[in-house]
Design a protein around this ligand. Structure first.
Ligand SMILES: *Cc1c(COP(=O)(O)O)cnc(C)c1O
Length: 363
């Protein structure tokens, strides 16, 4: 508390990110980073941008990020005018809250979801209501529609949801968007690239038909670039313009030169992307099976993490026992999920270390 603070600051409850401990030899399975390095083309592109003497850094970057918009557009087969780029998908989401989700009627999102959403509502003064997930932790579109279209200002949810990992089908997302034609629907696809082996079930395929759908994605997870801070959104130009208006009222250059060239190179390396995401999917499926064999209940995951509980071992005690073995996972002190652990899918070796440790702990 300080008399110097703007009033809104007194009432903020900031988001708490997972810890980034500065310890060596940690098996870090707590913040859903990719265990594999980014495409080698990222480093090459950043080196090329730096050049001999980093002289280019004296110049501002392209404020429109057109190189990256082109690369994202190529990957998805959409025009660059349908793409918005930002300094992380958290920033893109923040702009979406301010630009598209603040209305007289409440914004709806799941009771168990990405904990940044209520934080943005607090920051921007957005009225919201949460809709309970089913007993099986699934999003039920009918529970949203039951509020009545006239009473809904907008809807946002991650797909797959976080921290449950459960996927909502594209048919259900289309049904929601069609039933709420006047409400923006933001689909936060931070983990969607782990959602299918041959076909990635992205709602980008719905944006031509549904002018109210905005899809956000990040390069932090499936492109192994959490440290570069790059995210984007795809939607019809009417939605993109709202984001651009907010961005240009906030920071004209959210993406620096190194981020623009590095992210563009990552988007263009399809082979690296396919190989690493498939490896993570394979490890996730093996990890889920391994946990089930140890007696855990594991929610079906379409993400690069699994959400699991043991019927007779306390989650906090399990996390502490893992930490004593230098393995860190994420626990959320929240209603309905406080007996679950969210475990990031690591390399095969890391997953094996985790399973061996849990085997000892639950024995
Ligand atoms: C990780 C995550 C993000 C944020 O990604 P950044 O681009 O690293 O900010 C957004 N939404 C969900 C659900 C996430 O888990």
């Amino acid at each position: 508390m300080s008399r110097f603070w703007s009033p809104v600051v007194h009432d903020l409850t900031p988001y708490v990110p997972g810890e980034q401990p500065k310890l060596a030899n940690l098996v870090k399975l707590n913040t859903n980073e990719n265990p594999y390095p980014p495409s080698p083309r990222v480093q090459a592109a950043i080196h090329a941008e730096l050049g001999q003497d980093a002289d280019r850094l004296k110049l501002y970057p392209d404020p429109t990020g057109s190189q990256l918009k082109d690369a994202v557009g190529r990957h998805f087969g959409v025009p660059p005018e349908w793409v918005f780029v930002g300094n992380s998908s958290d920033e893109v989401l923040a702009h979406a809250f301010q630009a598209l989700l603040k209305h007289d009627k409440p914004l709806l999102f799941p009771d168990i979801t990405y904990s940044f959403y209520p934080v943005y509502c607090g920051l921007y003064g957005i009225d919201f209501e949460t809709i309970a997930l089913s007993e099986e932790f699934a999003i039920r579109v009918d529970d949203y529609l039951a509020r009545g279209a006239a009473n809904i200002g907008g809807v946002i949810f991650p797909n797959p949801n976080a921290p449950t990992g459960r996927l909502l089908s594209l048919d259900e997302i289309a049904r929601l968007a069609a039933a709420l034609p006047d409400a923006p629907i933001v689909v936060d696809e931070a983990y969607i690239d782990f959602g299918g082996l041959d076909v990635i079930p992205t709602a980008v395929t719905l944006v031509r038909q549904h002018p109210n759908i905005l899809v956000t994605q990040t390069l932090s997870k499936s492109r192994s670039l959490a440290g570069l801070r790059v995210g984007f959104a795809i939607g019809q130009p009417e939605l993109i313009e709202a984001l651009t208006r907010v961005k240009d009222s906030f920071n004209s250059y959210p993406l620096d030169r190194l981020a623009l060239v590095g992210a563009s190179a990552a988007m263009d390396d399809e082979a690296w992307f396919q190989q690493t995401r498939r490896q993570v999917i394979a490890s996730r499926n093996a990890l889920s099976a391994g946990l089930a064999a140890l007696g855990f209940e594991v929610l079906p995951s379409a993400a690069n993490f699994v959400f699991a509980r043991h019927p007779d071992r306390d989650a906090v005690a399990l996390a502490a026992a893992l930490r004593a073995r230098s393995i860190i996972v994420r626990h959320f002190k929240a209603a309905r999920i406080d007996q679950f652990l969210r475990i990031t899918v690591g390399t095969e070796a890391q997953c094996e270390l985790l399973l061996e440790a849990l085997k000892e702990i639950v024995a």
